[in-house]
Ligand binder design. Structure first.
Ligand SMILES: *Cc1c(COP(=O)(O)O)cnc(C)c1O
Length: 408
């Protein structure tokens, strides 16, 4: 038997089935029109943001990193909850524009921005978090050619990292950002060239569950920003402090203590250095905001035994849930939280392997999981599916097509 990850709070049984937004899993599948489907919950999104706002200093802006879940209705719902949006491509910009989001609320990070992407962002009035001197030069040239002063912030590659984070994105040689010691010279050039100076972006990592690690990274970010602002010799209109707030995916993971993070940040904000007193401060979060608000529902198509092992074979798989299959940046595969959604209040009574329908041994949704007895036709739920699910999985692989998506 292998443990399964912790089912996020707020998922209840109704008529014996998993229910989301007052609808049972079978009703949700009917609404979606098919399995597999992703179901995202507005109530979860609302509650998550409300709890975060209550914990954090009032002054702290909360941005949503669209790459975690770019489903149109999710973006539209987040528009009423968050202050800003962070994008990483012109494609994501187009999605925000379709959702009617004011580009003044948007900043654009990501290495390798093409000229067409820079041009679209500058024309729209999006803030560019420039990742290199070369990119800043190209943005300035496009601004000159098109007669629009680009809004430029500089993404800093800091000299520190977010400890214990799943993906390190700062410290040492990186394709992201401008090495901290070169930032002041570049900032002065950008300001002198007539760009609209928007400040700094310092992102140090992702998926951290340890409050002390986040507290330390945030302290380092504020110190680094203060030092750089003084060296630049101009105030920072804005400081994007990064994010990195994680969610529990695996057995033994504990939720991040946001009240501890918020308490320290409130103290820091009460005593900011002169360089930051007028600065618009924000964090940018992806999975923390949307990850636990999503569930992936897939139907059992076959139940079989092989050498004494029970396989529950579903119509879903890694083509929608690459991360849950263990193939998205993990070294050792562990089980995500899963359940038999159509028997959500039943007691576990057997050990089973839940697999997808793809013809590859990589397509596993749960290994040796202790589950209620399930049969053909039952629904399996994979939790923590609100972030890096549909959009971060190879939907074209093997021709099964994308999953349906639904916001309720
Ligand atoms: C991916 C990314 C995020 C979001 O990361 P999460 O772990 O989903 O919170 C935020 N900012 C930047 C710059 C990113 O690359």
């Amino acid at each position: 038997m292998k443990p399964i990850g912790p089912i996020p709070a707020g998922y209840i049984a109704q008529d014996g089935e998993l229910a989301i937004g007052g609808k049972t899993a079978s009703e949700l599948v009917e609404m979606a029109g098919r399995t597999p489907c992703f179901v995202y919950s507005k109530a979860h999104l609302d509650q998550r943001v409300a709890e975060l706002r209550a914990a954090m200093p009032e002054r702290l802006g909360i941005n949503y990193a669209v790459k975690a879940n770019p489903f149109g209705p999710v973006i539209g719902h987040m528009a009423g909850l968050v202050d800003g949006f962070d994008i990483a491509s012109a494609g994501e910009l187009a999605m925000l524009e379709t959702a009617g989001i004011d580009p003044a609320r948007v900043s654009f990070a990501g290495p390798g921005k093409r000229d067409e992407e820079l041009e679209a962002a500058i024309a729209a009035g999006v803030t560019l978090n420039c990742e290199s001197e070369g990119e800043a030069r190209r943005a300035l040239a496009i601004g000159e050619r098109t007669g629009t002063a680009p809004r430029i912030a500089i993404r800093v590659n800091p000299d520190f990292e977010l400890k214990g984070s799943g993906m390190k994105m700062g410290g040492g040689a990186k394709p992201f950002g401008v090495d901290a010691e070169r930032v002041p010279a570049l900032a002065r050039d950008v300001i002198a060239a007539g760009a609209e100076w928007r400040g700094l972006h310092i992102f140090t990592g992702s998926q951290a569950l340890n409050a002390d690690a986040i507290i330390e990274a945030q302290a380092n970010v504020l110190d680094c920003a203060d030092r750089l602002a003084r060296e630049i010799g101009a105030a920072l209109p804005k400081l994007n402090m990064g994010g990195g707030f994680g969610i529990p995916y695996f057995a033994g993971d504990e939720p991040l203590d946001i009240s501890a993070v918020g308490a320290v940040l409130k103290e820091r904000f009460a005593d900011l250095p002169a360089s930051l007193t007028e600065t618009d401060l924000c964090i940018e979060l992806g999975r923390y905001l949307v990850g636990e608000a999503g569930v992936y529902l897939t139907r059992i198509i076959d139940r079989k035994q092989s050498h004494g092992v029970t396989y529950l074979i579903t119509d879903g798989g890694l083509h929608h849930q690459l991360a849950a299959s263990g193939n998205f940046g993990t070294v050792v595969r562990r089980n995500y939280p899963v359940a038999i959604a159509s028997r959500f209040d039943a007691q576990p009574e057997e050990e089973a392997n839940v697999v997808g329908c793809l013809c590859t041994p990589l397509d596993r949704l749960a290994d040796a999981a202790h589950l209620p007895r399930a049969d053909v036709g039952d629904l399996v739920a994979v939790f923590c599916a609100g972030a890096y699910g549909a959009s971060a999985s190879p939907a074209n692989f093997l021709g099964h097509g994308p999953a349906a998506e639904l916001l309720v």
